[in-house]
Design a protein around this ligand. Structure first.
Ligand SMILES: NC(=O)c1ccc[n+]([C@@H]2O[C@H](COP(=O)([O-])OP(=O)(O)OC[C@H]3O[C@@H](n4cnc5c(N)ncnc54)[C@H](O)[C@@H]3O)[C@@H](O)[C@H]2O)c1
Length: 423
């Protein structure tokens, strides 16, 4: 069946992207290697919170969205968008194996006039140096001449309702003017504002700049939080006060470390690429170092709190970690600092449970953990790691023996109350 857009990779990016195009009346095909996901999608069942099953079901029933594992069906689509994972290897180097494998498959079904756009976050040069040669070799076609090729970073913030894929400006850079124009035309049909740039490299670096900006600023306040602890100043109060300045300041919040598929990973794509130019991205490395040390620092805060408030050591204490998703009100635990912190507390001999209304279970170091009931009084200490909005924090403080609040979720219950310790 003829399709306007095919999206390869039906995950946190691919599925909401399909919805945006379907909302604009386009016929969308999702291509994914996971047969269970494909079957689920074709039953109209969503596994991504940003796209409710009700909405997806309607779109599947009226034929606007369909899913398949068969790359061959790409032939029937005018445009192919690629939203595949771009992880780091164990040595923290870019791992483009999924992207290259998928490009090899796409190449087999590429035809003249096709538009291919890469949306995965990656280092400058990926589209032209990695994807283009694979597409050309496998298809016998030439980018810029026979088919269009561009990069357009995805900026979705899962769980967010005010800024969505539709109203966040889409940056687009093609390998030539024709490719940029084709990509601008495609996205303009579904997204409010499209911002063309001169090359895929500029578009690739735009996304990395955004994520590095966050990583560096979060590291800055994480460092400040550690200094504030020594100086006996409430870092949250200081950030709130600084945020009253209407220009020249943006508030970032300290916490137990970075999480998710983007901020802990993407900056290192640039660090790796920069080495090719004999260049050392010191801000990125330093921010990574500070942010990665935060779970260790937070373990020491829990230890201090238990010592002083309960006359107990970490070893043998019962601890409830509240929230294991990497940010509020979502179920995603990828790279979550909670997972790291749970491991560190367990290594110190603590008996750790967790409660998360969004995450019924997850696997930590090969061990399956399931969410325990929220019974704060049954624990020596409750550690607030993710500030989900559905929790009654006043009641939590009332019921708990001790709270270590790494997110300022308990607000007014200040650091020096003997029951609540804040980061
Ligand atoms: N999640 C976010 O908030 C977010 C935001 C902006 C950018 N990004 C970037 O977007 C890209 C995709 O991330 P995501 O979070 O959507 O990933 P994801 O893991 O949620 O989804 C990826 C999907 O691709 C499928 N897949 C894996 N290999 C495949 C293959 N060879 N062929 C077809 N399908 C395959 C998987 O089954 C999965 O459904 C990444 O580069 C990420 O950095 C993510």
């Amino acid at each position: 069946m003829k399709r306007d857009v095919a999206i390869v990779g039906a995950g946190y990016v691919g599925l909401p992207l399909a919805r945006v195009f379907a909302d604009a009346g386009k016929l969308v095909l999702l291509v994914d290697v996971d047969p269970d996901r494909v079957a689920q999608l074709n039953r109209g069942e969503s596994y991504i919170e940003d796209v409710p099953s009700e909405t997806l079901g309607l779109m599947v029933r009226d034929g606007r969205i369909a899913a398949t594992t068969a790359y061959g069906e790409l032939r029937e689509a005018d445009a192919i968008l690629v939203a595949l994972p771009t992880p780091l290897s164990r040595q923290r180097e870019p791992d483009l194996r999924i992207l290259i494998a998928a490009s090899t498959e796409i190449a087999k079904h590429l035809r003249p006039g096709h538009l291919v756009v890469l949306e995965s976050t990656t280092y400058p040069g990926t589209t032209r140096e990695q994807v283009q040669p694979v597409l050309e070799a496998g298809s016998g076609l030439q980018a810029g001449k026979d088919f269009h090729l561009a990069f357009s970073p995805e900026r979705v913030d899962p769980g967010r309702e005010d800024w969505t894929m539709k109203n966040v400006t889409k940056v687009v850079g093609g390998v030539d003017e024709g490719s940029t124009a084709a990509a601008v035309a495609l996205y303009s049909a579904a997204i409010d504002v499209v911002h063309p740039v001169s090359s895929p490299e500029a578009a690739e670096l735009t996304k990395l700049l955004e994520n590095i900006f966050r990583s560096v600023n979060i590291a800055l306040v994480n460092e400040l939080a550690q200094l504030c602890d020594r100086m006996n100043i409430d870092v949250w109060e200081v950030i709130d006060a600084a945020a009253t300045k209407p220009f020249g300041f943006m508030p970032f919040k300290p916490g137990p470390g970075l999480g998710g598929h983007c901020i802990p990973i993407d900056p290192f794509y640039l660090t790796w690429k920069a080495r090719e130019y004999g260049f050392y991205t010191e801000f990125i490395e330093l921010a990574g170092k500070v942010n990665e040390s935060m779970p260790y620092y937070c373990r020491s805060v829990v230890s201090q709190a238990l010592n002083h408030s309960r006359q107990r050591s970490l070893k043998g204490s019962r601890i409830l970690v509240l929230g294991v998703a990497y940010k509020p009100d979502i179920s995603d635990t990828r790279e979550s600092p909670a997972v790291k912190l749970i491991g560190l507390l367990q290594n110190a001999g603590a008996d750790v449970d967790y409660h998360d209304p969004h995450v019924p279970s997850f696997t930590e170091n090969g061990i399956l953990m399931s969410s325990s009931p929220l019974e704060p009084g049954a624990y020596d200490c409750v550690v607030v790691v993710t500030n989900h909005s559905g929790i009654d924090y006043d009641r939590l403080v009332d019921d708990a023996n001790l709270v270590v609040d790494l997110r300022n979720a308990t607000g007014k219950n200040g650091k020096h109350s003997d029951k609540v310790w804040k980061l």
